[in-house]
Design a protein around this ligand. Structure first.
Ligand code: NAG
Ligand code: NAG
Ligand code: NAG
Ligand code: NAG
Ligand code: NAG
Ligand code: NAG
Ligand code: NAG
Ligand code: NAG
Length: 336
């Protein structure tokens, strides 16, 4: 998988945090007293985690970003601390102006995602990743109507993906990879913001079909790998998709459909379909996809000639191994 887009999305988030900090430096450094009180309560709930900062004006804290004109805390992040134990404090709800909230790489933070988070209705970015947080992906997250990016990856979340996420109008990035989620993908995810969607659901136990409604969504990146999804994934293909590069990983599922007839999006840059039950043949059009740098259809039930010409020289036999009856270069067996 290309990591480029991941980095871009994440950098956008981090950049906006940094920008807020930079502007703050020139203005008021002390945050609003209500926010200071909330920060003290958060600190207390986490074993006086922020105690060493209490004498510094709170808008200068590493973990805090303020709106320079109001002194209100709009960003809060706790990163990379293996020693921090406890749960996500309810006191977080006291930071009422919060727009960006990040808990990242805190392996000893556990317990559920508290309802307090659902009260932060101005949140546009919520990242709780690489923690021991468990319980469901709460359906109250659907009340965060300003949310544009939600990353709950690398936790121990269980249950199904709440349908309420589909109602968030500008939510364009969802990362729920590496949890223990079960059930089906909600049909209307991204129906409100279908133009440039990022979806990572890999390494869960999701079942069922890809929602047919996904045919209307322009995915720039979609990773459904290592689940137990089944049926026809061809709703993800077809022309009329966005002009961005598209990276698609559907590997290690139970997808079963005829690949011969699908129209691959012209901007496709990566497509891993390996370890499924896909049949038919490889569309000749694949040779025309100039952006395609990763192509893997191994471990399926495909037949017929491997397309040649164009960029096909980029792919070796390992992209095609273990199919029913594929033939021709770079495979060893010639077509009859
Ligand atoms: C989402 O999670 C995947 C792990 O499966 C990771 O590779 C990717 O970078 C994450 N994306 C973002 C934008 O954080
Ligand atoms: C975590 O605790 C250990 C042992 O008490 C200490 O050596 C280490 O510096 C602490 N790490 C952090 C990030 O505070
Ligand atoms: C939420 O954001 C809107 C628009 O930026 C702002 O008018 C409102 O005051 C904010 N609410 C809170 C509680 O920060
Ligand atoms: C969604 O984003 C658009 C464009 O940025 C903005 O005009 C609109 O107000 C947003 N909708 C909501 C509900 O925030
Ligand atoms: C998925 O389910 C199987 C069987 O119930 C289980 O063995 C496996 O650990 C689960 N995987 C994840 C990622 O939860
Ligand atoms: C797949 O579809 C093609 C037409 O696009 C058809 O000729 C072929 O028989 C189908 N293959 C199978 C295995 O159904
Ligand atoms: C590939 O591109 C060539 C040149 O643009 C075109 O003639 C041909 O029909 C295309 N093949 C497929 C299968 O799309
Ligand atoms: C394609 O996937 C198979 C199975 O996971 C793997 O063995 C092979 O190395 C992959 N080939 C390429 C070119 O990535």
């Amino acid at each position: 998988m290309t990591t480029k887009t991941h980095v871009v999305v994440f950098l956008l988030a981090v950049t906006s945090l940094l920008l807020t900090t930079a502007t703050t430096a020139a203005g008021e450094k002390r945050c609003h007293s209500d926010d200071k009180a909330a920060l003290q309560a958060i600190s207390a709930a986490l074993g006086n985690y922020l105690a060493s900062e209490m004498d510094i004006p709170c808008c200068e804290w590493f973990s805090v970003d303020c709106d320079p004109s109001t002194g209100r805390v709009v960003g809060f992040s706790i990163l990379d601390d293996a020693n921090l134990t406890g749960t996500i404090p309810d006191a977080i709800a006291g930071l009422v102006h919060l727009q960006e909230l990040v808990f990242h790489k805190l392996p000893a933070i556990s317990g559920p995602i508290p309802p307090a988070i659902g009260k932060l209705t101005n949140l546009s970015l919520l990242i709780i990743s690489w923690t021991a947080v468990s319980g469901p992906v709460p359906s109250f997250l659907g009340e965060l109507t300003q949310l544009t990016f939600l990353d709950l990856s690398f936790n121990s979340l269980t249950g199904s993906i709440p349908a309420s996420l589909a109602a968030i109008p500008n939510l364009s990035g969802i990362n729920l990879s590496r949890n223990r989620l079960t059930g089906a993908i909600p049909p209307l995810l991204f129906s409100e913001s279908p133009r440039e969607a990022y979806l990572w659901l890999s390494h869960n136990n999701l079942t069922g079909d890809i929602p047919p409604e996904f045919a209307a969504v322009g995915f720039s990146e979609i990773d459904l790998s290592r689940n137990a999804l089944t049926g026809d994934a061809s709703a993800l293909f077809g022309q009329g998709k966005p002009v961005h590069q598209i990276d698609m990983d559907l590997s290690r599922n139970g997808f079963s459909f005829n690949l011969s007839g699908v129209e691959l999006p012209a901007q496709l840059s990566g497509m891993d379909l390996s370890h499924n039950a896909i049949y038919g043949g490889i569309p000749a059009q694949v040779a025309n996809l100039s952006n395609l740098v990763l192509f893997n259809v191994s471990y399926n039930r495909l037949c017929g000639e491997v397309p040649t010409g164009g960029n096909m020289g980029r792919f070796d036999a390992y992209s095609y191994q273990h199919n029913k009856c594929l033939c021709g270069a770079p495979l060893a067996n010639p077509c009859q």
